[in-house]
Design a protein around this ligand. Structure first.
Ligand code: AMP
Length: 305
C-alpha cells in the first residue's frame, strides 16, 4: 500500500520559553514521513530543497525507507525557511518569518514509480502544488488527507477551497477551522467544512487533544499530559504521519479505524513536543510508541456501573 507524502522540507528557527534554536531541519514532509516510517516500511516524498540542505538528514530519511526520487534539489537556491516564536501558552505561536525561496516557483513532478499511490498525504505547502500533485496521479488514491494552515488561507483561499473539495480527510487546528468556516462553535464549523468536500474532518487542539468528525459522528482523543514540553513545532505534521501511517499499515479506512489512527497520531505528536525539531523522532523506538499508545488508552479508560 504505497504512501506518498507532499510538503515542505525546510529550515526552521524556533524560540520557545525553554530555548532557542539556530537553523535546524524541519518542514511538514520531514515530520510526516519520519512519523509514518514507524508504520510503513516504504514511502515516497514530493518536495523541493536548495543545495544548502544537509545531506546527512536526507540519508537518514532514506535509511528509514523514505524514497526521495520526487525530492527536487535546486542548485544555487535556498531551501524554504520558517521561523516562529511560542509564548508561555504553547498552544499558539507567532510566525516571525516565512521565506518561500525554492517553494515560490516549485513545479512538482511525480516520478512514474509513484503512480500506484494508495494513500496520499498532502502536507502543508502551497495549494497550487497540492493540486498539481492530485492532477498527476493516474488513479485516485484510496484515501487523500490534506493538512494546511492559516498562511495559505490568507493568501490562496480560492485555490485551497478547490483542493479541499477533492480530499477525503482535512486536518486543521481549531483556529484554522474557525477561520475557514466563519463559525466559532467547532461542531457548527465541522458541518460547514464537511459540506466543502471532505467526509472526515480532524480538528487539532494542541495540548487539549483532537476531534474527529464524520457525518453526525464525533470522536475525541486527548493529548497526553507531558512532564516536559520543549517545542510543539511539527506536532501537527507528526500527527498526520502517524494517522495516515496507521491507516496505510492496516489498509482499513473505516471510522472505527480512524479513531485508532487519531490516537496513534496523538501518541506520535507527543514525542515530537519533547525535544526541539525532529530530534525526538530520530531516536524513537517502536517499543516506546507501543508503551505510549497504552498510556493513552489508560488515560481515558474507565468503568461506570
Ligand atoms: P506544525 O507545527 O505541525 O504546524 O508544522 C511546523 C512545520 O511547518 C515547520 O517545520 C515549518 O517548516 C513548516 N511550515 C511553516 N509554515 C509553513 C507554510 N506556510 N507552508 C508549509 N510549511 C510550513
Amino acid at each position: 500500500m504505497s504512501l506518498l507524502s507532499v510538503g515542505t522540507v525546510a529550515f526552521d528557527e524556533i524560540e520557545t520559553p525553554f530555548g532557542k534554536t539556530g537553523k535546524i531541519v524541519g518542514g511538514a514532509a520531514s515530520y510526516i514521513s519520519l512519523s509514518a516510517s514507524f508504520f510503513v516500511k516504504q514511502s515516497n516524498i514530493v518536495s523541493v530543497i536548495g543545495d544548502d540542505f544537509p545531506i546527512d538528514f536526507l540519508e537518514g530519511m532514506k535509511d528509514r525507507g523514505v524514497n526521495l526520487d520526487g525530492l527536487q534539489i535546486k542548485k544555487g537556491e535556498n531551501s524554504f525557511h520558517w521561523s516562529g516564536k511560542y509564548h508561555y501558552d504553547m498552544n499558539s505561536r507567532d510566525t516571525l518569518e516565512t521565506n518561500l525561496n525554492v517553494l515560490a516557483d516549485f513545479d512538482p513532478v511525480l516520478p512514474e514509480s509513484y503512480n500506484d499511490c494508495q494513500f496520499l498525504m498532502l502536507g502543508n505547502l502551497s495549494p497550487d502544488v497540492q493540486m498539481r500533485v492530485i492532477e498527476q496521479l493516474e488513479n485516485r488514491p484510496k484515501l487523500v488527507v490534506l493538512d494546511t494552515m492559516n498562511f495559505w488561507m490568507d493568501i490562496a483561499m480560492d485555490k485551497l477551497l478547490e483542493v479541499i473539495s477533492k480530499v477525503d480527510v482535512l486536518t486543521i487546528n481549531d483556529e484554522e477551522a474557525r477561520q475557514l468556516s466563519g463559525e466559532y462553535s467547532l461542531v457548527a464549523a465541522s458541518r460547514k467544512i464537511m459540506n466543502m468536500g471532505p467526509k472526515y474532518l480532524i480538528i487539532k487542539k494542541g495540548e487539549h487533544g483532537a476531534l474527529l468528525f464524520n457525518e453526525d459522528k464525533m470522536f475525541f482523543a486527548p493529548a497526553l499530559p507531558l512532564e516536559e514540553v520543549k517545542d510543539p513545532t511539527g506536532a501537527g505534521d507528526t500527527f498526520a504521519g502517524g494517522f495516515i501511517g496507521h491507516l496505510a499499515k492496516t489498509k482499513d479506512i473505516s471510522f472505527e479505524n480512524m479513531k485508532r489512527a487519531v490516537v496513534v497520531g496523538s501518541a506520535m505528536a507527543s514525542f515530537t513536543c519533547e525535544a526541539f525539531g525532529t530530534e525526538r523522532l530520530l531516536t524513537l523506538t517502536k517499543a516506546e510508541i507501543n508503551q505510549r499508545i497504552k498510556k493513552f488508552v489508560d488515560l481515558v479508560h474507565f468503568n461506570i456501573d
